[in-house]
Design a protein around this ligand. Structure first.
Ligand code: SF4
Length: 704
């Protein structure tokens, strides 16, 4: 949609993709075609400063080939023709020499061109399409589908006025959930009780009636302690459980091991607070758990911890209930173009099928956290070549090993906006178009029974010779001899084909209205026809879509694969209790990755205006821990783990739990994941323990 502004400018409505919230806004474009203003965004510096990234002097604008040694940063400009021919020849050579599965296709950020990349991978014959979901979000979804047969709604912008109590489990609205300060969890709501579980006293925790400041990675013990008290006091919804729980007797036996005194000691909280929080949650109805896509699962024990937590909704009768925890469910979806059926039915196993079969069963990709093993050690499968968009080694635990692995590939091509440690290892670097410069069909599951579909039109011509990632993948498909399958290189045609899955009226409106269309699940009509006007509890129609048709307290599927069926609690692989022998050298618990509204992971750290808000990599440390080490606010400090050492700046704050330090992530010059552990992945999901390790912090004398 275009509107005239002044005589020499135009205003276009479009959507932001500095993160994947896709907020609607207006961009003003001058007569030379340059965007000069953005308006209408939420209070979000990333969106408001996106033109700083758009016109950043360091942006990659032309295809490059490496001319120096790997990591040297020596590249020279080449034509698109040469770049695509080089990639095509290298992929074909690798396929002929080692087989198609040894070519990996990785999608990091941005995410919009994933369908085209996955199609390219599988049409080429490789099952190994990998994404950042190997360490983000997917484990929660798999745990929820395995337990309930549905994905639960995580923290969203949609607020239920019926919620009487919200149990916020390690998420901080003002840092991570747009529209930030206006999010419903960012303020007290009249009549709504609030419990916050978080190792940090965040802005959200400050609002809570009760803050349970747990030791990182003990979420499972805490959840099992909740269950113990709920059953001990008879606060469970027994009639519901009698009908819908599988394995409840074994579960009830198991939670006897988690009396409040033991749980309080494990988690490092007061028993009185624990008892008060459980009573508040279990006796206030309806109650909702507001959870993060990552906080509970980025631990060596994360998958089962998450299961223990989400089962609290079932035992209290709050599952799939207005005001409680609702399910996502099928809404009107675009036509799939990813060829995942081809992958499942015709291609060899994906990376991860061998070691994380539950995760790969539920998640349509290979497990990217295994890439360093594949490249460096050839296990569980060899990887020889890689085509990637938006890859950064900073998202792998023990990042330097991943950096080394990329350098060992026989061929590596990557698209991105800027150089980063990964692109410096590449043979070919391709300039990616920004969201202002590219079209995309975006379909979000949204909240429970409603989602949204948007179609973003290109607002600006690409700078230099940048191209949309999706366009690049289609052109490679054509060069690889699959023109017909890749729409002869026409990106718009690929979005059109995806749009064929939508009802015509929705498709038309999505293409014409930049604000997009809200789509409702058909299950609402079914419920209404059955006489349920509240449009929730779809299990009344479909039951629970699990292996037993019931809620899996003691999962038969997990047991069949040799795992514990119950959501058992195990200490983090590295912790004061599990590895006390390390405490002499590494006495502090290290957690990382708390979100900030200034940065989307490693992005925006090169924007000067953003650095004015947050100029350097910070480690948050309690005043007592800082004083014991002679550390003052702003001091340069070395953080050391068993994997290495990195320099941060101290942020001394009593929001931290004593004995725990927290590092912000995404800084290439101080990458916390150089210290995290890639050997203790969660045994079910393969997620790394970004959020529960051990470290030491030491003051550095000289400035950094
Ligand atoms: S939340 Fe901010 S960065 Fe994300 S899409 Fe909206 S404006 Fe852009």
């Amino acid at each position: 949609m275009t509107a005239p502004a002044h005589t020499d400018t135009v205003v276009k409505s479009t959507t932001c993709y500095e993160c994947d919230a896709n907020c609607l806004f207006d961009v003003t474009i001058d007569a030379s075609g340059r965007a000069i203003k953005v308006e209408g965004l939420p209070n979000c510096p990333r969106g408001q400063l996106q033109l700083e990234r758009q016109y950043h002097p360091d942006r990659l604008l032309y295809p490059l080939k490496r001319v120096g040694v790997k990591g040297s940063g020596e590249f020279e400009r080449i034509s698109w023709e040469e770049a695509l021919d080089t990639i095509t020849a290298a992929l074909q050579k690798t396929k002929a020499q080692y087989g198609a599965p040894t070519v990996g296709f990785f999608a990091g950020y941005t995410k919009e061109a994933r369908p085209q990349l996955q199609r390219l991978a599988h049409a080429f014959g490789s099952p190994n399409y990998l994404t950042e979901s190997g360490c983000c979000f997917s484990a929660t979804m798999v745990a929820e589908k395995l337990t309930y047969g549905y994905k639960l709604k995580t923290t969203s912008t949609v607020e239920s006025p019926k919620t009487q109590c919200v149990l916020v489990w390690s998420t901080n609205a003002t840092g991570s959930i747009p529209p930030f300060e206006n999010h419903h969890l960012a303020s007290r709501k009249k009549g709504r009780k609030m419990i916050v579980v978080d190792p940090r006293r965040t802005e959200t925790a400050e609002l809570a009636d009760i803050h349970l400041q747990i030791r990182p990675g003990t979420d499972g013990a805490l959840a099992l302690g909740f269950h113990h008290l709920i059953f001990a006091n008879g606060w469970q919804d027994q009639a519901f459980l009698d009908e819908w729980a599988n394995g409840l007797d074994a579960f009830r036996d198991y939670i006897q091991e988690f009396p409040p005194a033991r749980v309080a000691a494990i988690c490092g909280i007061s028993e009185a607070d624990l008892r008060a929080a459980v009573e508040m949650f279990a006796t206030t109805s309806p109650a909702q758990i507001a959870m993060s896509p990552t906080s509970t699962v980025q631990h060596s024990n994360g998958f089962q911890n998450h299961r223990a937590m989400i089962l609290l909704s079932a035992v209290t009768g709050n599952i799939d209930r207005e005001g409680g925890n609702r399910f996502f469910n099928d809404k009107v979806l675009p036509k799939p173009i990813e060829l995942f059926d081809v992958c499942k039915n015709e291609l060899p196993p994906r990376i991860g099928d061998e070691v994380f079969p539950i995760w790969t069963k539920y998640w349509p990709a290979a497990q990217s956290m295994l890439m360093p093993d594949c490249i460096l050690e050839g296990k569980p499968q060899p990887l020889k070549a890689l085509l990637a968009m938006g890859i950064n080694t900073a998202m792998w635990a023990n990042s330097k090993r991943m950096e080394r692995a990329l350098g060992e590939l026989e061929f590596f091509a990557v698209s991105d906006f800027f150089h980063n440690p990964a692109t410096l290892q590449a043979d070919i670097v391709l300039p990616a178009a920004t969201s202002l410069e590219r079209t995309a069909l975006i379909a979000y599951p949204g909240c429970a029974y409603q989602g949204e579909v948007k179609y973003r039109h290109q607002a600006l011509p690409p700078r230099g010779e940048a191209k949309p990632d999706g366009q690049i993948f289609l052109e490679l498909g054509v060069k690889l001899g699959m023109a017909e399958q890749f729409w002869h290189g026409n990106l718009a045609a690929s979005w059109e084909e995806m749009g064929e899955g939508l009802p015509p009226d929705i498709r038309k409106e999505a293409w014409e209205n930049p604000a997009g269309v809200t789509v409702y699940s058909p299950v609402i009509e079914e419920l209404v026809e059955m006489g349920f006007l509240d449009a929730d509890r779809q299990w009344r129609i479909n039951g629970f879509r699990t292996a037993t048709g019931k809620i899996e307290f003691d999962s038969v599927e997990l047991k069949a694969h040799g795992y514990d069926g119950l959501p058992t609690y195990r200490e983090p692989a590295e912790s004061p209790l599990s590895t006390p022998e390390l405490l002499a050298d590494y006495p502090l618990v290290l957690t990382s990755g708390g979100r900030q509204k200034f940065f989307t992971h490693s992005q925006q750290h090169n924007i000067p205006a953003m650095l004015a808000h947050d100029p350097y990599p910070r480690v948050q440390i309690h005043p007592d821990d800082a004083a014991a080490r002679g550390i003052a606010e702003g001091d340069a400090v070395e953080i050391r783990s068993r994997r290495g050492a990195v320099t941060f700046r101290a942020a001394v704050t009593d929001m931290m739990k004593p004995g725990v330090v927290h590092c912000f992530h995404g800084w290439n010059e101080a990458n916390i994941n150089e210290l995290t552990d890639d050997t203790q992945l969660d045994p079910i999901s393969g997620f790394p323990p970004f959020k529960s390790l051990l470290c030491q912090v030491t003051r550095i004398q000289e400035n950094v």
